[in-house]
Design a protein around this ligand. Structure first.
Ligand SMILES: [Zn+2]
Length: 219
Protein backbone atom coordinates (compact mmCIF):
# COMPACT_ATOMS: atom_id res chain seq x y z
CA UNK A 1 0.00 0.00 0.00
CA UNK A 2 1.01 3.60 -0.43
CA UNK A 3 0.55 6.12 2.37
CA UNK A 4 1.57 9.70 3.04
CA UNK A 5 3.37 10.86 6.17
CA UNK A 6 2.71 14.53 7.01
CA UNK A 7 6.43 14.91 7.81
CA UNK A 8 8.18 12.68 5.29
CA UNK A 9 5.90 12.31 2.30
CA UNK A 10 4.96 9.11 0.46
CA UNK A 11 5.89 5.67 1.79
CA UNK A 12 5.01 1.97 1.37
CA UNK A 13 3.70 -0.26 4.13
CA UNK A 14 1.91 0.33 7.42
CA UNK A 15 4.20 2.88 9.03
CA UNK A 16 6.57 5.64 8.04
CA UNK A 17 10.12 5.21 9.38
CA UNK A 18 9.23 7.91 11.94
CA UNK A 19 6.42 5.71 13.32
CA UNK A 20 3.53 7.73 11.86
CA UNK A 21 0.63 5.62 10.51
CA UNK A 22 0.14 8.27 7.81
CA UNK A 23 -2.80 8.66 5.47
CA UNK A 24 -3.79 5.78 3.17
CA UNK A 25 -3.66 6.68 -0.53
CA UNK A 26 -3.78 3.26 -2.25
CA UNK A 27 -4.39 -0.23 -0.89
CA UNK A 28 -2.17 -3.18 -1.87
CA UNK A 29 -4.32 -4.36 -4.77
CA UNK A 30 -4.55 -0.92 -6.37
CA UNK A 31 -0.86 -0.26 -5.80
CA UNK A 32 -0.11 -3.44 -7.74
CA UNK A 33 -2.60 -2.55 -10.50
CA UNK A 34 -1.18 0.93 -10.89
CA UNK A 35 2.38 -0.39 -10.72
CA UNK A 36 1.72 -2.88 -13.50
CA UNK A 37 0.08 -0.24 -15.70
CA UNK A 38 2.87 2.29 -15.17
CA UNK A 39 5.51 -0.38 -15.89
CA UNK A 40 3.69 -1.21 -19.13
CA UNK A 41 3.52 2.46 -20.09
CA UNK A 42 7.13 3.31 -19.30
CA UNK A 43 8.94 0.06 -20.05
CA UNK A 44 7.07 -2.05 -22.55
CA UNK A 45 4.28 -0.57 -24.71
CA UNK A 46 4.01 3.24 -24.45
CA UNK A 47 2.77 3.55 -28.03
CA UNK A 48 -0.12 1.13 -27.51
CA UNK A 49 -1.50 3.49 -24.88
CA UNK A 50 -1.02 6.63 -26.94
CA UNK A 51 2.10 7.86 -25.16
CA UNK A 52 5.05 9.38 -26.98
CA UNK A 53 8.42 8.26 -25.59
CA UNK A 54 11.61 10.10 -26.47
CA UNK A 55 14.90 8.34 -27.19
CA UNK A 56 15.95 8.51 -23.51
CA UNK A 57 12.70 6.96 -22.29
CA UNK A 58 10.89 10.10 -21.11
CA UNK A 59 7.13 10.57 -21.47
CA UNK A 60 4.90 13.49 -20.50
CA UNK A 61 3.71 13.12 -16.89
CA UNK A 62 0.34 14.79 -17.54
CA UNK A 63 -0.30 12.44 -20.46
CA UNK A 64 0.60 9.45 -18.32
CA UNK A 65 -1.84 10.75 -15.70
CA UNK A 66 -4.58 10.83 -18.35
CA UNK A 67 -3.74 7.31 -19.49
CA UNK A 68 -3.92 5.81 -15.99
CA UNK A 69 -7.25 7.60 -15.33
CA UNK A 70 -8.64 6.24 -18.61
CA UNK A 71 -7.73 2.70 -17.44
CA UNK A 72 -8.70 3.00 -13.76
CA UNK A 73 -11.14 5.72 -12.72
CA UNK A 74 -9.57 5.94 -9.25
CA UNK A 75 -6.07 6.55 -10.64
CA UNK A 76 -4.52 9.90 -11.51
CA UNK A 77 -1.27 11.80 -11.95
CA UNK A 78 -0.90 12.45 -8.20
CA UNK A 79 -1.02 8.71 -7.50
CA UNK A 80 1.58 8.09 -10.21
CA UNK A 81 3.82 10.60 -8.42
CA UNK A 82 3.15 8.83 -5.10
CA UNK A 83 4.00 5.47 -6.72
CA UNK A 84 7.27 6.82 -8.12
CA UNK A 85 8.35 8.61 -4.95
CA UNK A 86 7.55 5.72 -2.58
CA UNK A 87 9.33 3.06 -4.64
CA UNK A 88 12.37 1.77 -2.75
CA UNK A 89 13.72 0.18 -5.94
CA UNK A 90 13.80 3.58 -7.67
CA UNK A 91 12.25 2.10 -10.80
CA UNK A 92 11.14 5.50 -12.10
CA UNK A 93 12.18 9.11 -12.01
CA UNK A 94 10.40 12.41 -12.52
CA UNK A 95 12.10 15.48 -13.93
CA UNK A 96 9.87 18.54 -14.23
CA UNK A 97 6.82 17.45 -16.20
CA UNK A 98 8.45 14.27 -17.54
CA UNK A 99 8.67 10.76 -16.14
CA UNK A 100 10.60 7.66 -17.20
CA UNK A 101 11.56 4.18 -16.08
CA UNK A 102 15.19 4.11 -14.95
CA UNK A 103 15.71 0.49 -16.09
CA UNK A 104 13.86 -2.63 -17.24
CA UNK A 105 12.87 -1.49 -20.75
CA UNK A 106 11.87 -3.89 -23.47
CA UNK A 107 11.33 -0.95 -25.83
CA UNK A 108 14.43 0.42 -27.46
CA UNK A 109 15.79 3.37 -25.47
CA UNK A 110 19.22 4.93 -25.05
CA UNK A 111 19.52 5.56 -21.34
CA UNK A 112 21.86 8.27 -20.09
CA UNK A 113 22.55 7.37 -16.46
CA UNK A 114 26.03 8.05 -15.04
CA UNK A 115 28.79 5.80 -16.29
CA UNK A 116 29.63 2.86 -14.05
CA UNK A 117 32.82 3.40 -12.01
CA UNK A 118 33.15 -0.03 -10.41
CA UNK A 119 35.96 -2.14 -11.91
CA UNK A 120 34.20 -5.48 -11.30
CA UNK A 121 30.51 -6.31 -11.58
CA UNK A 122 28.56 -9.52 -10.99
CA UNK A 123 25.78 -11.55 -12.55
CA UNK A 124 23.96 -14.46 -10.93
CA UNK A 125 22.85 -17.44 -13.00
CA UNK A 126 21.90 -21.08 -12.78
CA UNK A 127 24.58 -23.65 -13.50
CA UNK A 128 23.31 -24.22 -17.07
CA UNK A 129 22.95 -20.50 -17.76
CA UNK A 130 26.46 -19.90 -16.45
CA UNK A 131 27.96 -22.43 -18.90
CA UNK A 132 26.17 -20.75 -21.77
CA UNK A 133 27.08 -17.23 -20.64
CA UNK A 134 30.77 -18.12 -20.51
CA UNK A 135 30.49 -19.14 -24.17
CA UNK A 136 28.26 -16.41 -25.63
CA UNK A 137 28.36 -13.55 -23.12
CA UNK A 138 25.64 -11.86 -21.07
CA UNK A 139 22.77 -10.70 -23.23
CA UNK A 140 19.04 -10.32 -22.78
CA UNK A 141 16.52 -11.68 -25.27
CA UNK A 142 13.78 -9.33 -24.11
CA UNK A 143 15.44 -6.23 -22.70
CA UNK A 144 17.65 -3.52 -24.09
CA UNK A 145 20.11 -3.77 -21.19
CA UNK A 146 21.17 -6.52 -18.81
CA UNK A 147 21.22 -5.93 -15.05
CA UNK A 148 24.38 -6.49 -13.08
CA UNK A 149 24.96 -6.47 -9.35
CA UNK A 150 27.57 -4.46 -7.49
CA UNK A 151 28.74 -7.32 -5.24
CA UNK A 152 28.96 -11.13 -5.63
CA UNK A 153 26.55 -11.52 -2.71
CA UNK A 154 23.83 -9.38 -4.33
CA UNK A 155 24.21 -11.29 -7.61
CA UNK A 156 23.94 -14.58 -5.76
CA UNK A 157 20.85 -13.40 -3.94
CA UNK A 158 19.12 -12.26 -7.15
CA UNK A 159 19.79 -15.65 -8.75
CA UNK A 160 18.26 -17.53 -5.80
CA UNK A 161 14.83 -16.47 -7.09
CA UNK A 162 15.44 -18.58 -10.22
CA UNK A 163 17.67 -21.41 -9.10
CA UNK A 164 18.53 -23.32 -5.96
CA UNK A 165 22.18 -23.47 -6.87
CA UNK A 166 23.36 -20.06 -8.12
CA UNK A 167 26.63 -19.42 -9.87
CA UNK A 168 28.14 -15.95 -9.88
CA UNK A 169 29.88 -14.58 -12.93
CA UNK A 170 32.35 -11.76 -12.58
CA UNK A 171 32.57 -9.17 -15.31
CA UNK A 172 35.73 -7.18 -15.88
CA UNK A 173 33.71 -3.98 -16.18
CA UNK A 174 36.70 -1.69 -16.56
CA UNK A 175 38.04 -3.64 -19.54
CA UNK A 176 34.60 -4.05 -21.12
CA UNK A 177 33.87 -0.34 -20.85
CA UNK A 178 37.27 0.46 -22.28
CA UNK A 179 36.33 -1.74 -25.24
CA UNK A 180 33.12 0.25 -25.76
CA UNK A 181 30.49 -1.66 -23.77
CA UNK A 182 28.20 0.95 -22.19
CA UNK A 183 27.55 0.37 -18.47
CA UNK A 184 25.52 2.75 -16.33
CA UNK A 185 24.75 3.18 -12.64
CA UNK A 186 21.01 3.02 -11.90
CA UNK A 187 21.28 2.93 -8.10
CA UNK A 188 23.40 1.44 -5.30
CA UNK A 189 22.27 -2.06 -6.22
CA UNK A 190 21.88 -2.08 -9.99
CA UNK A 191 24.16 -1.42 -12.92
CA UNK A 192 22.77 -1.84 -16.41
CA UNK A 193 24.93 -2.82 -19.34
CA UNK A 194 24.84 -3.49 -23.03
CA UNK A 195 25.62 -7.06 -24.05
CA UNK A 196 28.89 -8.17 -22.46
CA UNK A 197 31.11 -10.41 -24.61
CA UNK A 198 32.33 -13.63 -23.01
CA UNK A 199 35.97 -12.57 -23.05
CA UNK A 200 35.27 -10.16 -20.16
CA UNK A 201 33.61 -12.83 -18.01
CA UNK A 202 34.81 -15.42 -15.53
CA UNK A 203 33.08 -17.70 -13.07
CA UNK A 204 33.63 -16.76 -9.44
CA UNK A 205 34.71 -19.50 -7.04
CA UNK A 206 32.23 -20.24 -4.25
CA UNK A 207 34.88 -19.35 -1.68
CA UNK A 208 34.89 -15.77 -2.98
CA UNK A 209 31.19 -15.27 -2.26
CA UNK A 210 30.41 -14.38 1.35
CA UNK A 211 27.22 -16.42 1.49
CA UNK A 212 26.30 -19.03 4.05
CA UNK A 213 25.58 -21.91 1.72
CA UNK A 214 23.50 -24.87 2.82
CA UNK A 215 26.64 -26.97 3.09
CA UNK A 216 28.24 -24.37 5.35
CA UNK A 217 25.28 -24.41 7.66
CA UNK A 218 25.25 -28.20 7.86
CA UNK A 219 28.91 -28.37 8.82
ZN1 LIG B 1 7.31 10.06 8.72
Amino acid sequence: MIKRCPQHGFFRGEQCECGSAGQLLLDDAKTEQLGRLVAGCLRHFPGDLGLVMDSHGWVDLNKLGQVVTSRHRWANKELVIALVMSDSKQRYEILGDRVRARYGHSVDVELDHPENKLPKLYYGASEEEADRILEIGIKSASQRYVHLSTTPEKAWHVATFRTGNPRVIQADAAAAQKAGVKMMTVNDDIIISETIPARFLAILAAKDIAIQTRTDQEN
